[in-house]
Write a protein that binds this ligand. Structure first.
Ligand code: ADP
Length: 500
């Protein structure tokens, strides 16, 4: 079997996969973020390692898996941020995560001094730089905690730290290097990007970049004691969580579309080359095996359902199977929700795709006295389906099926709606731990058990459900999409003129 480990923001997961890629067992444990000022996001790094070790141990125990049955281990996790190690391999401060915004003032100041900074970064990385990326956080440390950088020997990320604790090997992978930000073409860090952020003197702290589907080292005696794994078990480099999830969903062919409908909603298309269009929009993920994924993210994903349950339907939330009951309520309204639209920009930071507008907010449009709660709830589901269509239009449209994963894929009603609204078949893969599976596939390829990630993805993909788009609902949804676009333009544009 192969073991995949996935270090999430709040949950640490591990799963076992057999030689055919079937998920055999899973285990997880929640972790809390540290108390920190508003806008900061920090974890207890040592506790993260201890939790990961415990999750691996309980997975092996509950699955009654002998340590010698694990052929190799793959690791994925939340990307970027800063995990700084000193010369004695100790963490110098609590790790800073991807969703940390402490670098906002610094980046605003740099951008004011060098207009076009964000575009200059994008021109190499293909991604709009997020504040929690490794380089802006390092730039913040250089200003506010210079002693940390002075004492640091290595700057790692979440999965790189856990792999280091497992094997003692220092490495990172191409997905982290390009998102740091670095270069999406060389799939490596890039001195010019570091210079743009004023930290070229510290770039030597970043780890050597290796391909995710190669071996980084083997489990040490100490890590074997902590985890229950066998010392000497090979460990692969692995990759960032989005890329791992894409691999785990079997999405490796150029042209394949993927939607990760979790708390946020990521919509991407796989390419066999780096793409820089649309300019200054979206994130370009490096996927192991010489692939790239251009993606657009709607900040609010399943958040909209949870919000609808809490605010519009507390009665349903308090009852049995709330998501199923919410879907059943929505089905009482016809496709098009009797003319009600919901713009799903349900975030205090606005929207980042298909345009960047921090002032955009969510809202209902088209309400009249005859509308009922069912229309509003249906509009919430439809709003996100329209936003998915909108995001895909921005990356050139869907020319394949859409592989759908994340908590939202548990709803057949929503899956069918996404197929109907986008006009593309929606395929929900078998399994639950797609990030861990992608990491495990890297570990299988690293051993040579598959000739390539292409072969691994093809061979191990198993379909749970397929939803073909219906021609019957097309006119209602096309009209709904037109209403959504009008409402979305209003949300994106009108507020810009209004002072804060
Ligand atoms: P995360 O992005 O935090 O990893 P997940 O992908 O695990 O999240 O998705 C969790 C979310 O999925 C929940 O917050 C919930 O809104 C949504 N969800 C769970 N079950 C269902 C369901 N049956 N139908 C629709 N949405 C669901």
């Amino acid at each position: 079997m192969y073991l995949g480990i996935d270090i999430g923001t709040s949950v640490i997961k591990a799963a076992l996969f057999d030689r055919k890629g079937h998920q055999k067992a899973e285990a997880s444990e929640r972790m809390s973020l540290l108390e920190a000022p508003i806008g900061w996001s920090e974890l207890d790094g040592e506790a993260t390692w201890e939790t990961a070790a415990r999750v691996i141990r309980s997975l092996l125990r509950d699955a009654a898996a002998a340590p010698s049955s694990i052929r190799s281990v793959g690791i994925t996790g939340v990307m970027v941020g800063v995990w700084a190690l000193d010369e004695n391999d100790r963490l110098l401060r609590p790790p800073i995560l991807w969703n940390d915004a402490r670098a906002r003032n610094l980046v605003d100041r740099l951008q004011a001094a060098k207009p076009g900074l964000i575009s200059a970064v994008f021109a190499h990385s293909g991604s709009v730089m997020q504040l929690g990326c490794t380089l802006p956080v390092m730039a913040w440390l250089a200003e506010h905690e210079p002693e940390v950088l002075a004492k640091a020997r290595h700057i790692l990320t979440a999965k790189d730290f856990i792999r280091f604790r497992l094997t003692g090997a220092i490495a990172t992978d191409e997905s982290e290097a390009a998102m740091a930000p670095g270069s999406a073409v060389t799939r490596d860090f890039h001195l010019e990007q570091a210079a743009l952020l004023g930290i070229e003197d510290h770039i030597r702290l970043l780890s050597p970049v290796a391909r995710g589907e190669t071996l980084a080292g083997a489990v040490t005696e100490a890590a074997a004691q902590a985890t229950g794994l066998k010392a000497g078990t090979p460990v692969a480099v692995g990759t960032g969580d989005t890329s791992a999830c894409v691999l785990g969903a079997g999405a490796h062919k150029p042209g394949q579309a993927v939607t990760v409908l979790g708390t946020t909603c990521l919509n991407g298309v796989i390419f066999d080359h780096a793409v820089y269009e649309p300019r200054d929009l979206g994130l370009l993920f490096i996927v192991p095996g010489k692939r790239w994924m251009k993606s657009m993210v709607n900040v609010a994903g399943t958040t909209v359902l949870d919000w609808a349950l809490e605010t519009l339907c507390p009665d349903i939330l308090a009852g049995e199977a709330p998501y199923e009951a919410l879907g059943a309520l929505a089905e009482q309204s016809p496709p098009g929700a009797n003319g009600v639209s919901f713009i799903p920009y349900l975030s205090a930071s606005g929207v980042i795709a298909p345009r960047i507008e921090p002032k955009a907010r969510a809202g209902f449009h088209g309400l009249a006295p005859h509308h009922r709660r069912a229309d509003m709830v249906r509009a919430v589901y439809e709003g996100l389906a329209y936003a998915i269509r909108d995001c895909f239009v921005a990356v050139g449209g869907v020319k394949s099926s859409i592989r759908l994963v994340g908590g939202g894929a548990r709803s057949p009603f929503w899956s069918q709606m996404i197929a109907d609204v986008t006009g593309a078949p929606v395929e929900v893969p078998e399994g639950t731990q797609f990030g861990a599976k992608g990491a495990a596939l890297c570990a299988a390829v690293a051993l040579g058990d598959y000739a390539s990630l292409d072969e691994a993805c093809e061979t191990t993909f198993a379909l749970k459900a397929r939803f073909a788009p219906s021609a019957e609902t097309r006119p209602a949804y096309d009209a709904g999409f037109a209403r959504f676009k009008a409402g979305s333009e209003a949300a994106l544009g009108a507020l810009r003129a209004v002072a804060d």
